[in-house]
Design a protein around this ligand. Structure first.
Ligand code: RAT
Ligand code: ZN
Length: 416
């Protein structure tokens, strides 16, 4: 039955977006078998690196003094500085409060000790169930780094698949610091040298394909600087063209490229010290043109890249745009980017990912994004209705399913 007026439209869109079960295509969460690597609870929420960057707007202590504090002391300092001495309306601060509120805690009391008590009474396993339930996420894609010794141990000794967590093979060290990591591949039994000769390239391909298979990775991923260029006479560009793309093609998995991060412009802040720069859209075009049988997922960190990225996505069926990444994951920018993407690409995008590093963040990142995406969708359907087009509830449900999960799976499974 066609929807009759804007009030009904509003209700149908809101219900569809609230109820849809999400596939979160990029997170830094881990399945429970990874143990302590899965972060959760209020102290982890408060010490999220987005908040570490914000607290140093106010405190003048040497960075190292902060890093020497215990997690609880860091959380206390952030709570006092960003929540008590100032109003916590930045997106990252607000997120903590959305989480507490949705868990049923009284944010009005500003009682950090009471929130700590709440988490102290929980086990990780039960909390994973609870967070997936409240956030409406059904699957989260992890970020899995074969160069991380803690992770390697789990993959080799104790990995236990959990249908809620999919793996993504993250290869930043291989692509961005080959001069440092080639010796590790050698230690692990790959017959490589620093020089990218034919044997080394073959062995890198073996490394990638063994790890992608071991993890059952749904894609390979890398974060890249604004200066990222292909083709180029650099180990990164050569490894991408000679190793990553052939293996992705053979396994029929996408390469996810996250372009535009300037690492450690303030090294004292560690994880919070990265910044942004405009990337080269020419490189994305080159890859999509020259590798038509490879699939690329792309997100760019600079707001200035967003329009040209949408235009290029229109040109290539082997290219999927995803998410409002990191410094773009703020309501005003999500709103703007989502409108532009829907206007240029219709339903054929992955509008958002959470990038959650702390399990609980699934709750706020998705609550906040669902609301904005619903607002934009409502406007778009309203414009359609004004043309006389009749919209059925089932049309809206179908579109919403695609936006929040199906588009990702269809792209991953697509054969070119
Ligand atoms: O958003 C973040 O948490 C960043 O620190 C990065 O992890 C980024 O998302 C990435 O995947 O490199
Ligand atoms: Zn990330």
């Amino acid at each position: 039955m066609a929807i009759k007026g804007v009030e009904e439209l509003r209700a149908v869109v809101d219900t569809a977006v609230t109820e849809v079960k999400i596939t979160d295509v990029h997170t830094h969460l881990y399945a429970p078998c990874f143990g302590d690597m899965l972060l959760w609870g209020v102290d982890e929420l408060l010490t999220y690196h987005y908040l570490v960057a914000e607290v140093f707007r106010w405190v003048d202590m040497p960075y190292q003094d902060f890093w020497n504090m215990s997690k609880k002391e860091q959380a206390d300092l952030i709570w006092k500085t960003l929540f008590i001495d100032n109003s916590p309306y930045s997106e990252a601060c607000r997120g903590v409060l959305t989480v507490l509120n949705k868990l049923g805690l009284d944010t009005g009391k500003r009682d950090l000790e009471a929130y700590r008590q709440y988490f102290a009474g929980k086990t990780m396993e039960e909390y994973v169930d609870q967070v997936f339930e409240i956030s409406g996420v059904k699957e989260a894609v992890m970020t899995n780094d074969p160069f991380d010794d803690n992770e390697r141990k789990v993959w080799f000794e104790s990995y236990k698949a959990d249908p809620r967590f999919e793996a993504a093979l993250r290869i930043d060290p291989l692509l961005n610091t080959w001069d440092q990591v080639w010796t590790r591949l050698k230690e692990w039994g790959y017959n490589v040298e620093e020089e990218l000769n034919p044997t080394t390239l073959k062995e890198i391909r073996r490394f990638l394909s063994e790890w992608a298979n071991r993890m059952q990775a749904v894609y390979m991923a890398v974060s890249l600087p604004p200066t990222f260029e292909v083709p180029e006479n650099s180990s990164r560009a050569v490894i991408i063209e000679e190793c990553v793309l052939p293996v992705c093609r053979e396994l029929n998995i996408p390469l996810a490229m996250m372009i535009g991060v300037k690492k450690l412009i303030n090294p004292g802040l560690i994880l919070a010290g990265d910044s942004v720069g405009k990337g080269s859209i020419d490189t994305v075009e080159y890859l999509c043109t020259n590798y038509p049988y490879n699939k690329f997922m792309v997100t760019m960190l600079s707001r200035e890249n967003q329009h040209e990225l949408c235009v290029v996505v229109r040109k290539f069926r082997n290219l999927m745009v995803f998410g409002c990444w990191w410094f773009l994951n703020n309501p005003s920018i999500i709103d703007e980017m989502t409108r532009m993407r829907f206007e240029l690409l219709g339903v054929s995008v992955i509008p958002q990912h959470s990038d959650a590093r702390v399990l609980d963040q699934l709750i706020y990142k998705w609550a906040h994004s669902r609301r904005i995406i619903a607002d934009v969708l409502f406007d778009k359907y309203k414009d359609l209705m004004e043309t006389g087009w009749k919209i059925d509830k089932s049309d809206i449900r179908r579109d919403v399913e695609k936006l929040f999960g199906q588009n990702f799976w269809d792209f991953v499974n697509k054969k070119l």
